[in-house]
Design a protein around this ligand. Structure first.
Ligand code: HEC
Length: 262
């Protein structure tokens, strides 16, 4: 009886004090902006970062990696990236607590050719509660940036309607959550202004998780990332392409698809 009461009151307290995922996200955001943002900028487009590192950090003179880079690295390098989110969050929380109190280049989650541009981070104190909120915030941050800086995505039903009304091609991006080349596509290509302009002009985008969602029109799943193009009538497939393409290659593909759709 007592045990049940304890469980109920702990759950109630969690609800009451907003320890939900979104509550933790906001708390993490606040901690980050007070304690971390003086060194870690939020977001810089990945292609600018790539050339900055090629030029020995002389383009941008960054003090520390951006929060978006931290977010991708935490998600990719800490714990089991293919496992469930809750257990990875616990591993990220433990990593943050450990690293931030004892920064150590040997335990860095960054590749050496990025890490070498920065001094060691100074050690800081971080409570368990702070680490929990930061883990939630930092893990989710890169996805938030990709949505904010990328092209708007629709549900398939919305896309069908919009494509018909505006005479646009439906492009389905097939991904799975832990696919590295999908993340690279999102970071380096889908947020580039030229790519966004081409997509917004001729296409309506749908993003589908190929582990949980079924492609329309009997389309076969290809490996990820993959791109499935459907005519504005919603009935004919134009093409299905598998694999990463850099900005130039992807722009050429979009041009080709637009021509084929005519
Ligand atoms: C005084 C500047 C400064 C502040 C403040 C700061 N950092 Fe850093 N941080 C750095 C630098 C420089 C690096 C890159 C070198 C390194 O990895 O230690 C870094 C790296 C990191 C890394 C990657 C570690 C790795 O694997 O290499 C994480 C995670 C991180 N910081 C989190 C935080 C969090 C969370 C806060 C706030 C609680 C914070 N930092 C505050 C300068 C700072």
């Amino acid at each position: 009886m007592r045990v049940w009461w304890l469980i109920v009151s702990v759950c109630f307290a969690r609800l009451l004090y907003g320890e939900s995922e979104s509550g933790l996200f906001l708390k993490g955001e606040e901690i980050f902006s007070k304690r971390c943002a003086s060194c870690h900028q939020a977001y810089i487009p990945q292609l600018l970062l790539n050339s900055n590192y090629e030029h020995n950090n002389t383009d941008l003179n960054l003090t520390a990696p951006t929060l978006t880079e931290l977010s991708f690295a935490l998600k990719d390098q800490v714990g089991d990236r293919k496992g469930d989110v809750e257990s990875q969050l616990m591993e990220i929380e433990a990593f943050l607590q450990e690293y931030i109190s004892h920064p150590d280049s040997n335990r860095s989650i960054f590749p050496a050719d990025v890490r070498k541009h920065f001094n060691q981070m100074p050690p800081m104190k971080l409570s368990e509660d702070e680490a929990e909120a930061l883990a939630v915030y930092m893990r989710a941050f890169s996805e938030k940036m990709m949505v904010e800086h990328g092209v708007k995505r629709y549900s398939y039903a919305e896309a069908l309607q919009k494509a018909k009304e505006e005479g646009k091609i439906i492009m389905i991006e097939g991904y799975i959550p832990f696919c590295r080349w999908c993340m690279r596509m999102d970071r380096e290509v889908m947020v580039e202004p030229e790519v966004k302009a081409a997509l917004e002009r001729d296409f309506v985008l749908v993003k589908m998780n190929l582990l949980t969602q079924k492609l329309p029109l009997g389309l076969q799943h290809l490996g990820t990332p993959s791109f499935y193009f459907i005519k504005s009538n919603g009935k004919e497939v134009i093409d299905a392409i598998e694999g990463f393409g850099n900005k130039r290659e992807f722009l050429d593909l979009l041009k080709q698809i637009s021509a084929d759709a005519k």
